[in-house]
Ligand binder design. Structure first.
Ligand code: IPE
Ligand code: IPE
Ligand code: MG
Length: 251
């Protein structure tokens, strides 16, 4: 059996192919199963997943993506056992503590998207700090979705538009796709070109329901803590072979 191609070779192939996605989104799944396979507690799976985050951020910069979106914690995840939720919140703080300067040095603009009011005060403070520290960076926009649910995001956008209509500052006819997009957490971001979900699950789990309308889907069987640049590059190479028709016929 031949050895798996080196990440550098995959990256060269991506460059030879040419056009890269502007925006890649990832549902980072499988930390719990990764831990269970090793008879470890679930939080250790989450901890191990942090290095995969570092890997994909570096990979995204190498490829030249504009936006990388990572689903880190859903609104539904608040229903997990208290200990697991607490472990995830402290990992978030630790991630920011450890990575903020490096992300800043790499030119990454960090944005945290979701119902941030539900975070612990310490986690909320860390989130605000890293967003402020990196707000002027332009190399890569990193969207970290925390306490995020797409249906709630859509309801929130609807209410914002309804309030403008009620106040008389917007006419009903001025509600269109663009106006709606501007009320979402992702305002100003292009829609994802590619969505990767790890751990083999074939569902969206309430992530970016509006924004994924014409996104290419890629399911990887790799569990998130084992996901590295190699898998990211593999997904992008697969994407480069797709024929995106947007409802039209091929050229
Ligand atoms: C993804 O891993 C991380 C979060 C959802 C917070 P999981 O914790 O969902 O791992 P599995 O799906 O149980 O393996
Ligand atoms: C989706 O994973 C949320 C994140 C990766 C943050 P889940 O593990 O929560 O999704 P389900 O429950 O398998 O659909
Ligand atoms: Mg899961």
């Amino acid at each position: 059996m031949s050895a798996a191609p080196a990440p550098a070779d995959l990256l060269s192939q991506i460059r030879v192919n040419g056009e890269v996605p502007r925006h890649v989104a990832i549902i980072m799944d499988g930390n719990g199963r990764w831990a269970r396979e090793r008879m470890l507690p679930r939080p250790l799976g989450h901890r191990s997943g942090m290095k995969s985050v570092r890997e994909v951020v570096e990979g995204a910069i190498e490829v030249g993506l504009e936006v990388l979106s990572l689903f880190a914690f859903s609104q539904e995840n608040w229903q997990r056992p208290e200990l697991e939720v607490a472990a995830l919140m402290s990992l978030l703080e630790e991630y920011i503590q450890r990575e903020a300067d490096e992300l800043d040095a790499q030119g990454v603009q960090v944005r945290m998207l979701g119902e941030l009011d539900r975070l612990t005060p310490a986690a909320r403070a860390a989130v605000d700090r890293v967003m402020k520290q990196t707000e002027h960076n332009t190399k890569l926009r990193l969207n970290l979705f925390i306490s995020y649910g797409a249906r709630a995001e859509i309801v929130r956008a609807t209410k914002a538009l309804a309030a403008e209509v009620a106040a008389g500052t917007r006419s009903v006819d001025a509600i269109d796709d663009a106006a709606f997009s501007e009320k979402l957490f992702t305002a100003g971001c292009p829609d994802p070109d590619l969505l990767i979900r790890t751990s083999g699950e074939q569902r969206i789990s309430n992530f970016l329901l509006w924004q994924l309308a014409y996104t290419e889907l890629y399911i990887s069987s790799v569990l998130w803590p084992d996901f590295s640049r190699r898998e990211l590059y593999g997904a992008i190479l697969d994407y480069q072979d797709r024929d995106r028709r947007f409802g039209r016929v091929s050229a």
